[in-house]
Design a protein around this ligand. Structure first.
Ligand code: HEC
Ligand code: HEC
Ligand code: HEC
Ligand code: HEC
Length: 209
C-alpha cells in the first residue's frame, strides 16, 4: 500500500517535471529570434569574425593560442574576476535551458570559444569554459599569462586592450542585428567594460526594443 503510494507519488513528480520541461521548450520554440537563429545557415565564430579569416587561421595554425579558463585570470586579476560575477556574460549559458545547451547554433555566443581549437565543447568535457568569460571577449589567454609572468605587463591577446578595434568587433560578432537588445549606445556599453564591474556606475536600464 505504502509502496504503491510512494511509486505513484514519484510518477506524479516525474510527470510534472516532464510538463515543466515541455513548457520551457515550447516557450523557447515560440521565440522568433531563436527560430531565426535555428534556421540560419551562418556558422558563427566570434573570434574568427573579429580577426578576419586569414589572421584567425594564421593564429590558430601557429598553435600558440589556447583557452585556460577564468580561474587562471583570477590569480592576478582578483578584482576583475569578482566584479565580473555581477555581469550577465558570466551566466550566459542559463539562456540555453530547455534543450539548447548542446546546440552548435547557440553555443558560439553563450560560451567561451566554442568552435575555436581548444575552446568550449560541452559542459561535461570543458566545464571551465562555460558562459562568456574573460577569454570570450579577449581571446585565448595562455600567451598573456606567460608574458605577464615574465614582464609584469599586459599583452599577448588576440583581442586585448592594445587591439580595441578587434575587441569592438568581438562585441559585434555576438551582438548582431538579431541579438541587439543589450544596449542602445554601443560606445557607452563598451566603455563600461573597462571597470571590473561594468554595471557599477550606470543603472540606466538597457534598451528593450
Ligand atoms: C601572472 C599574472 C597574470 C595572470 C594569470 C593574468 N594576467 Fe592579465 N595582466 C597581468 C598584468 C601584470 C597586466 C598589466 C597590468 C594591468 O593592466 O593590470 C595584465 C593586463 C591584462 C589586460 C590589459 C592589457 C592587455 O594585454 O590587454 C587584460 C585584458 C588582461 N590582463 C586579461 C587577463 C585574462 C583574461 C587573464 C586570464 C586568461 C589574465 N589576464 C591572467 C597579469 C596577469
Ligand atoms: C550571434 C550570437 C548569438 C547566437 C548565435 C545566439 N544567441 Fe542567444 N543571445 C545573444 C545575445 C547577445 C543575447 C542578449 C540579448 C540581446 O542582446 O538581444 C542573447 C540572449 C538570449 C536569451 C535571453 C532572452 C532574450 O531573448 O533576450 C535566450 C533565451 C537566448 N539568447 C537563447 C538562444 C538560443 C536558444 C540560441 C540558439 C538557437 C541562441 N540564443 C543563439 C547572442 C546569441
Ligand atoms: C564583455 C567583454 C569582456 C569581458 C567578458 C571581459 N572583458 Fe576585460 N575588457 C573589455 C573591454 C571592452 C575593455 C576596455 C578595452 C579598451 O580599453 O579599449 C577591457 C579591459 C580590461 C582590462 C584593462 C583595464 C584597464 O583599466 O585598462 C583588464 C585587466 C581586463 N579587461 C581583464 C579582464 C578579466 C580578468 C576578465 C574576466 C574576469 C575580463 N576582462 C572580461 C571587455 C571584456
Ligand atoms: C561570445 C559572445 C559575446 C561577446 C564577445 C560579447 N557579448 Fe555581450 N552578451 C552576450 C550574451 C549572450 C549576453 C546575454 C547574457 C544574459 O543576459 O544571459 C550579453 C549581454 C550583454 C550586455 C547586457 C548586460 C546587462 O547588464 O544586462 C551588455 C551591455 C553587453 N553584452 C555588451 C557587450 C560588449 C560591449 C561587448 C564587447 C566588449 C560584448 N558584450 C561582448 C554575448 C557576448
Amino acid at each position: 500500500m505504502s509502496l504503491v503510494r510512494k511509486i505513484s507519488g514519484r510518477s506524479v513528480a516525474a510527470l510534472s517535471i516532464l510538463i515543466f520541461t515541455g513548457s520551457i521548450l515550447h516557450a523557447a520554440d515560440d521565440d522568433p529570434r531563436i527560430k531565426e537563429e535555428l534556421s540560419s545557415s551562418k556558422q558563427i565564430n566570434p573570434l574568427k569574425q573579429a580577426l578576419g579569416e586569414s589572421a584567425y587561421n594564421k593564429a590558430m595554425r601557429s598553435g600558440k593560442y589556447y583557452y585556460v579558463g577564468n580561474t587562471k585570470c583570477r590569480l592576478c586579476h582578483r578584482k576583475f574576476f569578482l566584479g565580473r560575477k555581477k555581469d550577465p556574460h558570466d551566466y550566459a549559458m542559463k539562456d540555453l535551458k530547455g534543450g539548447y545547451e548542446e546546440n552548435p547554433k547557440c553555443l558560439p555566443c553563450h560560451s567561451t570559444g566554442y568552435g575555436v581549437p581548444n575552446g568550449f565543447i560541452s559542459k561535461k568535457e570543458t566545464p571551465r569554459l562555460a558562459n562568456v568569460q574573460c577569454e570570450g571577449c579577449h581571446g585565448p589567454g595562455n600567451r598573456h599569462i606567460k608574458i605577464a609572468r615574465k614582464t609584469k605587463k599586459g599583452g599577448g591577446f588576440l583581442a586585448g586592450t592594445d587591439r580595441p578595434d578587434i575587441l569592438k568587433k568581438m562585441c559585434k560578432s555576438c551582438h548582431t542585428e538579431r541579438w541587439n537588445r543589450s544596449y542602445k549606445d554601443f560606445h557607452a556599453a563598451y566603455s563600461k567594460y573597462k571597470n571590473a564591474d561594468p554595471n557599477k556606475k550606470s543603472k540606466a536600464k538597457i534598451a528593450q526594443k
